[in-house]
Structure formats: C-alpha cells, structure tokens
Design a protein around this ligand. Sequence first.
Ligand SMILES: NC(=O)c1ccc[n+]([C@@H]2O[C@H](COP(=O)([O-])OP(=O)(O)OC[C@H]3O[C@@H](n4cnc5c(N)ncnc54)[C@H](OP(=O)(O)O)[C@@H]3O)[C@@H](O)[C@H]2O)c1
Length: 280
Amino acid sequence: MSKKTVITGATSGVGKATAIALARHGHELFLLGRNQNKLQETQQEIQNALPQARVHCIVADLCDLASVKAAADEISTHTDGIDVLINNAGGIFGSFYRTNDGLEEAFQVNHLSHYLLTRKLFPLLEKSGAGRIISVSSEAHKMGKIDFDDLSATKNFNGWRQYGATKMMNILFAFRLHHLYYKRNGIASFALHPGVVRTKFGANNGGYLSFFSWLPFLKTPEQGAETSIFLATEPMENLTSGSYYKDKKIASPHPKTLDLSYQEALWVQSKVILKRKGFL
Ligand SMILES: NC(=O)c1ccc[n+]([C@@H]2O[C@H](COP(=O)([O-])OP(=O)(O)OC[C@H]3O[C@@H](n4cnc5c(N)ncnc54)[C@H](OP(=O)(O)O)[C@@H]3O)[C@@H](O)[C@H]2O)c1
C-alpha cells in the first residue's frame, strides 16, 4: 500500500523538491501551504510528471494557529492514517513581527505551529503503526540561544539569533518526540540539516540574504531534499530514531539539544502556550 505523507512548506524550495521525489516513490501526498494558487501549481507540476500521483492540497498558514488546527482536521477527513509527517516550512525574519496569535513570527512558523500540527496529527501517525516525524532544522541551530521565559524573543530581537533559536527548537522537539513515543508507540522522529541550498529562503527580508544566493557551492533544491527523502523512505533498520542527520548520515548537533531538561522545557512551554490559547 502506498505511504501517506504530509509535508509543510511544499510550495517552494526543499519542500517542493521533497514532495516531487516522494510522489516518484509512490507516496500519497498532503501538501500544506498558505497560498491556494501555489499549492495548485505544485499539485499540477507533480501530476504533469506523474499522472497517477495522489496529491491533496491543504491550506495552512503557519502564522495562524486556527488555520493549522483546521488543516489537521481537514487531513483527517481524507485519511485515517499517516506514515510520514515532514515539518519542513520555515523562514528567517529580519525584524520583529507579532502574529495575530500574539507570537513572534519565526517562533510560531518554525516551531509552535509544527508542534500543534504534530500533536493534532498524532492519532493518525499512531494508526499507521510505524509513523515517522521529520523536522527540517539547520546547522544555524548552533548559534541559537533559547530564553524559555521569552520564546518570542521580545527583548533585543535579532533575526539571525531567533532563527538559530527556532532551529534549535526543531531539534529539541524531534528528540523529545523520540523519547516520548519511539519505544511506546513505534513512532520515529528525526531532525536534519538540508545543506546550504539555493531556494527562496530569506527572500522575505528585503533580500538581506540574497548575498548568499549566487555562491557557487550552494545545493540545488533537489540535492537539499535528499536527506528528507532518505529519512522518509529508507527501511527503519538503517535509521536511528532520535538522531540529527546531515547528508544522509548521523551528525553531531549542539550538545544543548541532548539535554533532557531543555527538551522537556520546550515541550512544556509550548503546551502551556497552546493550552492558554485553547488549541490543546
Ligand atoms: N535554504 C537553505 O540553505 C536552508 C539551510 C538550512 C535549513 N533550511 C530549512 O529548510 C526549510 C525549507 O526552506 P527552503 O530553503 O526550502 O526555503 P523556501 O524556498 O523559502 O521555502 C519555505 C517554505 O515555507 C513556507 N512558509 C513560510 N512561511 C509560511 C507560513 N506562514 N505558512 C505556511 N507556509 C509558510 C513557504 O511558503 P510560500 O511558498 O507560500 O512562501 C515555502 O513553501 C526551512 O525550515 C529552512 O529553515 C534551509
């Protein structure tokens, strides 16, 4: 039977390349994106190449917690099981912006909305019997510093520092999921760095990252997608849940990501915020 895969940020860059490759592997896809037209273009592109591909478009704005919850509800009307969830969407934001949910944008898009999506889709991942959750992080997590009393970084905001902090959150979240669920429910969890990839990443910053975009050593989106595809398709006996991968191999994350108290603190704080806002 074909695998069912949910992927965020499927309309561009690494996420789009991952979706196209997984369609080639026969996965039925649930593409999440904030823009209906871009979703339909991506769906069309996949179906032009692979007419038999099964692709669903689900609108979800990760700046809007209600939209994330609605997307999870919509997915559960299409299927009663999910094999792979790829938390891929993300961005770096040059200035402080508070979403309508009252949270800083990078914290919400890169971490909290994925936390909510994962928790809402958990029953479907459990039903597949051997679900996998893949969190697309970055080596930039190594410059991240998390203030657990101020996850939205309201004091002395710096876009790079906050990006690094949210990418560290991706790894803490992935490792916490592993500790909580791998032995108990058989759900595996991985984090990864895709490489330095020529995508639209950073384009929302008035181009302050465009300096990097012409560097010759950048990966193509297809190359940047390779580790996500590997973790989604490789037999489980060749993988290690609870690990951080780079170039399809286990790599060393920042030592702080291995700290169980850090992992738990992020889990608890995220839960508290979402409970207070009525989403859990
Ligand atoms: N590129 C790199 O060198 C690099 C390096 C390390 C890690 N990463 C990570 O790789 C992941 C993918 O990035 P990329 O390089 O492929 O960048 P990208 O081309 O900018 O793609 C980012 C994706 O996230 C989506 N997204 C952003 N904000 C959203 C929101 N509010 N709601 C819903 N979707 C939203 C975008 O949607 P739209 O299409 O609507 O804009 C897009 O599909 C990110 O997590 C990034 O941190 C990238």
